[in-house]
Design a protein around this ligand. Structure first.
Ligand code: ADP
Ligand code: MG
Length: 369
């Protein structure tokens, strides 16, 4: 059978100049040619330097709307997840460039809602329209990775550190991570809000710098379809990832715990970069997924069995030149990663069949009594 590879889709989004930048007289050095997917950046320090140009699958300029970004990045991935594929959408970029705006956005007005809340409505809209011949089970979990420590954002004990484990049949998982069964977009929204609150409270209690943490909101959709009297189970997993700021740490004069943190956070993002390089450079046999927790969690999304979109966020202002170029280079490399997405059929960890059998048993007991 021929293998069906699919490259990681990489898009760029540039936020507008903010009020402070305008007040400070900052100028925009980024030019976005949305029609041709080209981003051009000029060096504000060297006037006659040839501007650097990069081409991507798609680019979103400063005027782009949340709905538009959703429809052309996340929506096709969500459709695939409902068919039983794994999907990952991750936001990369320097702090303050719009990662959280893109992934979560604001609830009010609704036009500002980001990718995560939009997936909730999308998934349940589809489920309502299909429910007659198929049964669904939807579960969510929400975690944070800070300083190479994993915390469950939906647990009461936010301070507990969780461990990554591996099962020979079902792969990498997080021991004791809570998973909630969800029946409506409202319920999912409550989990997002709850996790967000926990994250803020935890960050204060543990004296964390929130720009240094990665978050992963995971949605699992199990489907059972009866085909000629046989049940056919598929499981799609959707990873929604808001990465820590990609800015270089060397300029911050961190010491002690803060330095350890900076190194560890760098470790996750550096390893992500190393994994990307190893995957792109065909000569490498060894892909260093195990060098950080982030890459272990995202292993399937990078060179594995997942449809992946990376949204690289940049700022438009002159003083961000170095970071903007660094993000564009990183993103450009990621474009070459090839994945091999396939439908997860009859996975051993699917719970839907087990629940259906229990329901059937209970029904029979009811009828008998
Ligand atoms: P990050 O998560 O990358 O640190 P944020 O998403 O918090 O950055 O964005 C920083 C600020 O810029 C926020 O106030 C956000 O509302 C604003 N912002 C980001 N992207 C956009 C955009 N595309 N349009 C308008 N405002 C934006
Ligand atoms: Mg953020």
């Amino acid at each position: 059978m021929s293998k069906k590879f699919e490259c990681v889709r990489v898009v760029i989004r540039c936020r507008p100049l903010n009020e402070t930048e305008k007040k400070d007289g900052r100028v925009c050095i980024v030019n976005m040619d949305t029609k041709n997917g080209q981003v051009t950046v000029r060096n504000p320090k060297i006037v006659d330097e040839v501007p650097k140009q990069f081409t991507f699958d798609q680019i979103f300029d400063t005027q782009s709307h949340q709905e538009n970004v959703y429809n052309s990045t996340a929506s096709p991935i969500v459709e695939s997840v409902l068919e039983g594929y794994n999907g990952t959408i991750f936001a990369y970029g320097q702090t303050g460039t719009g990662k959280t705006h893109t992934m979560e956005g604001k609830d009010d007005p609704p036009t500002l809602r980001g990718i995560i809340p939009r997936t909730f409505d999308h998934i349940f809209e589809r489920i309502e329209n299909m429910a007659k011949n198929k049964q669904f089970l939807v579960k969510v979990s929400f975690l944070e990775l800070y300083n190479e420590e994993i915390r469950d954002l939906l647990s009461k004990n936010i301070k507990n550190k969780l461990e990554i484990r591996e099962n020979p049949d079902t792969g990498v998982y997080i021991k004791d991570l809570s998973k909630f069964m969800i029946e409506s977009p409202q319920e999912m929204r409550e989990k997002l809000l709850h996790g967000r609150e926990n994250r803020a409270v935890g960050a204060t209690a543990m004296n964390q710098d929130s720009s240094r943490s990665h978050s992963l909101f995971q949605i699992i959709v199990e489907t059972n379809e009866m085909v000629q009297g046989q049940s056919h189970v598929t499981v799609g997993k959707l990873n929604l990832v808001d990465l820590a700021g990609s800015e270089r740490q060397s300029k911050t004069h961190a010491t002690g715990d803060r330095l350890k943190e900076a190194i560890n956070i760098n470790q996750s993002l550096t390893t992500l970069g190393n994994v990307i390089s190893a995957l792109v450079d065909n000569k490498s046999q060894h892909i260093p997924y195990r060098d950080s927790k982030l890459t272990r969690l995202l292993q399937d999304s990078l060179g594995g069995n997942t449809k992946t979109v990376m949204i690289a966020n940049i700022g438009p202002a002159d003083y961000n030149f170095d970071e903007t170029i660094s993000t564009l280079r990183y993103a450009h490399r990621a474009k070459q990663i090839k994945n091999e997405p396939k439908i997860n059929e009859d996975p051993k960890d699917a719970q839907i069949r087990q629940f259906q059998e229990e329901i059937l048993k209970l029904k029979q007991q009811l009828e008998a009594s």
